[in-house]
Design a protein around this ligand. Structure first.
Ligand code: ATP
Length: 369
């Protein structure tokens, strides 16, 4: 944070609906910051993504990376486009490069249902879900990205990597989050999600989890296999608190979590490392709805709220935490008031959802951090 109480935010809108949800999120951030006061945000908008690659031959320009490294936080829309690919046919995903570059090992994917939504599950308890999937975001099966081999059109191999150094930080982060949630009425449980009954890599993952669990005796440490977890996320998601898992499993479980909330447009995320963090919605660039005012910006608003809370906690600025809480309250208020995005069969598009959330920011009651 600079001397004049300003957080520098590197903004990477990216491609497709990434661009469409970024501009409204900046308006929402400005409104919440202005209402709470005491600090400011300076946005430094930079290029990266598939269109950037098409136009310049580089998906993540050096200047963008340098700006991201210097910023207090990074806010990202979404990146990639089906027809624009690297020469080897793989997708353009600088968001994954950023996770590696800055060591953003903790992919935090909250699953929190909004008021007044058409139920995804019949059980009444599913109307008020509040749990978190933590997806390790720098290694696991994704370590093989760009390195997998196909041998003579006969067989293919990708390699999973699990390291002690990353696991220890990942599990400590998960236990600290469960502790913080417990302070706010959470269940105080961390569940290690793996396939330790089949793979050496996951048996090691679980072993390191058990070692770190001993350092957090106030938090209950549990184990679950990935297949059973997929089942339980649909059968009893109200029993969950903090789930921590490998990169590929987390990729899948976080989409399942988004489904429980109503769709990808409701699912925020943060990729957090020891020094830097990227905040972005879980969704991609959604080429099928791009350019039609149909994108639901809610996930982006909630990611922006997570950014303010992370900045506030890191720099001991309760005002920033309050502004994050205000965005979340405003989103809740707008949905309680009957917002109905296209994504769930309604008529409210990006502009209308933004307008209603901005109105609610003016009305919602800020809560002291
Ligand atoms: P990626 O692989 O980059 O995560 P994807 O191709 O798997 O992306 P998305 O781009 O997230 O998937 O789109 C999945 C589906 O969800 C699409 O039908 C898309 O229209 C829908 N979708 C995604 N985000 C939103 C949003 N913000 N609002 C409305 N619908 C969305």
């Amino acid at each position: 944070m600079s001397a004049n109480d300003t957080f520098q935010i590197c903004v990477l809108p990216g491609d497709g609906i990434g661009v469409e949800v970024t501009a409204p999120s900046l308006a929402v951030l400005e409104a919440a910051t202005g209402r709470i006061g005491g600090f400011r945000l300076a946005f430094d908008q930079r290029q990266a993504g598939a269109l950037c690659y098409r136009d310049t031959g580089v998906a993540l320009p050096r200047e963008t990376l340098a700006a991201a490294a210097q910023a207090d936080a990074i806010l990202l829309g979404a990146m990639g486009w089906p027809d624009i690919r690297y020469a080897d046919g793989t997708e353009i995903s600088p968001q994954i490069d950023l996770r590696i570059e800055f060591g953003l090992y903790a992919g935090v994917r909250p699953v929190r249902t909004l008021p007044n939504m058409k139920p995804v599950l019949a059980d009444e308890r599913a109307q008020t879900l509040d749990f978190v999937v933590i997806r390790e975001s720098t290694e696991g099966l994704f370590s093989s990205r760009g390195k997998g081999v196909v041998v003579e059109d006969r067989e293919a191999r990708d390699t999973m990597v699990i390291t002690r150094a990353v696991c220890e930080r990942l599990f400590d982060f998960s236990f600290r989050l469960a502790r913080e949630r417990k302070g706010r009425g959470g269940k105080g449980i961390v569940t290690c999600v793996d396939k330790a009954n089949v793979f050496a890599s996951f048996a090691f993952f679980r072993k390191v989890f058990d070692e770190r669990a001993r350092l957090f005796p106030d938090i209950r440490a549990e184990h679950a296999y990935i297949d059973a977890t997929a089942l339980n996320m649909v059968r009893r998601p109200w029993d969950l608190d903090v789930l921590v898992t490998e990169n590929m499993f987390g990729d899948i479980l976080s989409d399942l979590g988004a489904g429980l909330m109503g769709g990808m447009g409701f699912a925020p995320s943060a990729d957090i490392g020891d020094r830097q963090a990227v905040f972005q919605p879980c969704h991609g660039t959604a080429p099928d709805i791009a350019g039609q005012d149909k994108a639901n910006p809610t996930a982006m608003f909630l990611s922006a709220a997570m950014m303010l809370e992370w900045l506030g906690a890191k720099h001991q600025r309760p005002e920033a935490i309050m502004a994050g809480g205000l965005i979340r309250s405003a989103v809740d208020m707008a949905f309680a008031d009957g917002l109905h995005p296209y994504e769930i069969g309604g008529r409210d598009g990006t502009r209308e959802i933004t307008r209603r959330v901005l109105d609610a920011i003016g009305l919602a009651e800020p809560v002291a951090a």
